[in-house]
Design a protein around this ligand. Structure first.
Ligand SMILES: [Zn+2]
Length: 385
């Protein structure tokens, strides 16, 4: 293979209880701290209390669902007016992405749309972000170590990224203890997103030896711990495995790209109010099957076929397994964890052509190991409906 580039510029702190250090870390940047949390402010209460106990002036913003342009513009405007010294994002991928986008637009002039890819001006960010600490409370998106924030543009019904090497949070604080209270359905959906974000970079046309090592390790951890984390939310080893898998997936996708699952999930997320993890989980077995079928038909020598077979061995723990056994493992896990079908989010057969049309232009599609035709993409959506 040729050369490759791999970036991890941020500091990663991992371990049970490590989030206790966040208040001190955030206060070290200054007195004015903006905390961006998910829809339940109660989950960030301990953090706000601890910051205030250290004399910090705290502003708390809660994002309802996935962040849209208006939310991010409001947060950035507030950060500019109140001269915020540091931003802490605490929550799932939505809260972390909102925090990243706010930290970026607080220091870069103008409107978010000027910087957005696909629907915006694509202008590069030039100023360093406000110091930002990312504290995930789910194990799935890996947003704490990626260089983009996914934002919804409601009037265009699309989801697009604000993307820049400057977007990496300054510190990622990954504390598995914060995930213990996640209900089984959220554990399953976010955990299968983590698995997707390990399998897609592993089969990506941009895979490299560093991302491969992370993906192999991450897939093994999901294989042994996803179902246990769903069934026994307080089992330390299972939660640790899932938090690591999510972290590894984030680093891998930031360096090797994704594939057709995320290519399809982007327009679905823009058009419907559907959680990203659940959408990826519903699509994953069907996309894997379509990729393997297309590779066998047209590119039987592709290294991606070996990767699919290796993923099958890692998932099943059986040395005689191949791609088909891996797909069967994913199918069974999706069924056992009650992942809803896409129709549960409001998708109907009539929507399929528009999704297929947009998916072909999605940035994630470029990483897919084989070009899927509109007919292939349609069949995937029909199977997942
Ligand atoms: Zn994802």
């Amino acid at each position: 293979m040729g050369g490759f580039e791999f970036t991890t510029a941020n500091r990663i702190i991992f371990g049970d209880g490590c989030a206790k250090a966040v208040p001190e870390m955030a206060s070290s940047y200054g007195r004015h701290v903006l905390v961006v949390a998910g829809r339940d402010p109660g989950r960030a209460e301990w953090l706000v209390d601890a910051l205030q106990a250290r004399g910090a002036e705290v502003v708390l913003l809660c994002v309802q669902g996935e962040p849209d342009l208006a939310f991010v513009a409001g947060g950035a405007g507030l950060a500019r007016r109140r001269t915020i010294d540091a931003v802490v994002g605490i929550g799932g991928g939505s809260a972390l992405d909102a925090a990243k986008a706010i930290a970026a637009l607080a220091t870069n002039p103008g409107e978010a749309t000027e910087y957005l890819e696909v629907v915006g001006g694509g202008r590069p960010l030039t100023a360093d972000l406000l110091p930002m600490i990312a504290v995930p409370t789910t194990a799935g998106t890996g947003s704490e170590v990626t260089r983009n924030a996914v934002l919804t543009v409601p009037d265009r019904r699309v989801k697009v990224s604000l993307r820049s090497p400057l977007m990496l949070p300054r510190v990622a604080v990954v504390d598995p203890l914060l995930t213990y209270g996640l209900p089984p359905a959220v554990t399953a959906a976010t955990g299968l997103d983590a698995l997707t974000q390990l399998i897609e970079p592993f089969m990506s046309v941009r895979a490299n030896p560093v991302t491969d090592a992370l993906c192999r390790e991450g897939i093994s951890r999901v294989a042994r711990s996803l179902r246990r984390a769903c069934e026994h939310g307080h089992e330390a080893e299972a939660r640790t495995d899932m938090s690591l898998a999510s972290l590894f997936g984030g680093i891998a996708l930031a360096n090797a790209g994704l594939g057709a699952v995320h290519g399809l999930a982007a327009p679905i997320g823009g058009m419907f109010n559907a959680p990203h993890g659940a959408v990826c989980a519903a699509l994953l077995p069907h996309v894997m099957a379509a990729n393997v079928r297309a590779l066998r038909a047209g590119a039987a020598q592709s290294p991606a076929l070996d990767r699919a077979a290796e993923a099958g061995r890692l998932l099943t723990g059986r040395t005689d397994a191949g791609a088909d056994e891996g797909i069967a493992w994913i199918r069974k896990t999706v069924a056992q964890t009650d992942i809803p079908r896409l129709s549960a989010h409001g998708l109907a057969p009539l929507d399929i052509p528009a999704i297929v049309e947009q998916a072909q232009r999605a940035s994630s599609m470029k990483g897919n190991p084989v070009a899927l035709t509109p007919a292939d993409l349609t069949a995937i959506l029909q199977a997942a409906l």
